[in-house]
Design a protein around this ligand. Structure first.
Ligand code: SF4
Ligand code: SF4
Length: 436
């Protein structure tokens, strides 16, 4: 696509980045078919190709209106369009730039501005969010239905493993997850401990910065990234092998650190190293397949992972082969792959393979590429579209009559759980309990 960016942005880092992305787009429209908001609204401007066109216009100096803002705000940043695009258009980077330009030119209504400010300043601060969330859990029985649905019940006592091993990996605690579901990181630490890997939650690390980035506070997001790099760097210098992230939304954002800080002379190299070390827990466990198989089947060794279709049938944790009665192990489950896992990190099939090797029977889920409507703060800022997407997603997840739903991102887990009585949990917790 030919571009003629306006003077205000042409020779800036964002301008150069946007120009390169726009030039890759050949306007074929393949992406439109897999866009959740286009599917719901049927308007070209609520699909990726239309949004790209809007952003091209505004970066070329056209007038920006509240309507432009609305179409960009409705985007989930789910990145399904990137998976579909044959030209490698990095849509998420373009929409970050486009939204920031629009935010400077179009004032949002006061209520929306206050809500966005509150989300930006409240969610990333664990010391503020944690006590408030605990209070919500205490008062949960008294809360009205809509609010009650947003608060996960308190997890029972969580046993945290901190044994030392020669192999070490950093583990991102994040901002909201430690309060909402502390057992997710605890289960990850237990699993890695059994594989001979010590985990470190570095003091001083916190929110990955995704919340601020998605709310157009790019400077705040870069500050979050720098703070995390400072907290992790001494451990990386001492040989930490990876930065493990258990919320795929945060993992996809940490992968962006190299890009976010590429023009920062003090942090560019460190950020590039962190991007290389960032791993979703699924990538870590898939790479430790041999050790994991040893845990799933201590003796005799089960050999390679069973072929697709055979998995789960003859495994020691499978129903009917010693799997019964081992905690949550033997269950018929549906797996919801978060967009950040499948489209952001491009991790596809790894979780399913591990769960099936552990004896879980996974149900078929139609339209697995579509977003559940959580999408960071989207469920709060665009509640109508978010609820429609959740309804559609739950219909697909329930179609196979699962006893439980597993996922890989705290946002999706809380969002889906608010709409179903079927338990929704992080897959590492389920695996950890299955292994016992
Ligand atoms: S699929 Fe890619 S190249 Fe085609 S319109 Fe969408 S973003 Fe552009
Ligand atoms: S990121 Fe998702 S919602 Fe946004 S344009 Fe792409 S497919 Fe559509």
């Amino acid at each position: 696509m030919q571009t003629h960016l306006a003077d205000f942005i042409r020779d800036t880092p964002d301008g150069r980045s946007a120009d390169a992305i726009l030039r890759k787009c050949v306007h074929c429209g393949f992406c439109t078919a897999t866009c959740p908001t286009y599917q719901l609204l049927g308007d070209e401007l609520d699909g990726p190709r239309g949004r790209i066109y809007l952003m091209k216009q505004l970066l070329e100096g056209a007038a920006v209106t509240a309507k432009t803002q609305l179409h960009l705000d409705r985007c989930l940043t789910c990145r399904a369009c990137e998976t579909t695009c044959p030209s490698g258009v990095e849509y998420h980077r373009l929409v970050d730039i486009g939204r920031a330009v629009v935010a400077e030119r179009v004032a949002r209504p006061l209520g929306t501005r206050l809500l966005r400010l509150a989300l930006r300043e409240f969610l990333p601060r664990g010391w503020l969010f944690g006590p408030a969330y605990k209070l919500g859990q205490l008062l949960r029985p008294l809360l009205p239905g809509s609010l009650k649905a947003k608060v996960l019940p308190r997890q029972k006592s969580v046993s945290v493993i901190r044994r030392d091993h020669p192999r070490k990996m950093l583990l991102l605690a994040g901002c909201v997850q430690p309060s909402m579901a502390p057992n997710i990181n605890a289960a990850t630490a237990r699993l890695l401990d059994r594989l001979g890997i010590a985990t470190i939650e570095a003091e001083g690390a916190g929110c990955c910065g995704a919340v601020r980035q998605h709310l157009d506070d790019h400077a705040g997001a870069r500050a979050d990234a720098r703070r995390n790099i400072d907290a992790w760097w001494p451990h990386i210098e001492r040989g930490a092998e990876a930065v493990v992230v258990t919320a795929s939304g945060c993992g996809a954002h940490v992968r962006e650190y190299a890009h976010l800080l590429e023009h920062d002379p003090d942090y560019a190299k460190k950020a590039a190293r962190v991007t290389l070390l960032a791993r979703d827990v699924a990538e870590v466990l898939a790479a430790e397949k041999e050790g994991l198989l040893g845990l799933l089947n201590p003796a005799p060794h089960p050999g390679p992972l069973p072929a697709r279709g055979e998995r789960g049938k003859n495994h020691p944790l499978s129903p009917g082969r010693g799997g019964e009665g081992r905690g949550e192990g033997a269950r018929r489950s549906a797996f919801h792959a978060p967009c950040s896992l499948q489209h952001g990190l491009r991790v596809r099939g790894a979780v399913e393979e591990i769960l099936q090797a552990a004896g879980f029977e996974l149900t078929q889920v139609a339209d697995g590429h579509l977003c559940c409507g959580s999408a960071g703060t989207y469920s709060i800022l665009q509640p109508g579209l978010s609820l429609q997407l959740r309804e559609n997603k739950l219909r697909c997840l329930h179609a196979g009559a699962p006893q439980a739903i597993a996922s890989a991102n705290i946002g999706c887990i809380a969002h889906l759980q608010a709409g179903t009585p079927t338990p929704v949990r992080h897959w590492v917790e389920v695996l950890d309990e299955g292994i016992g």
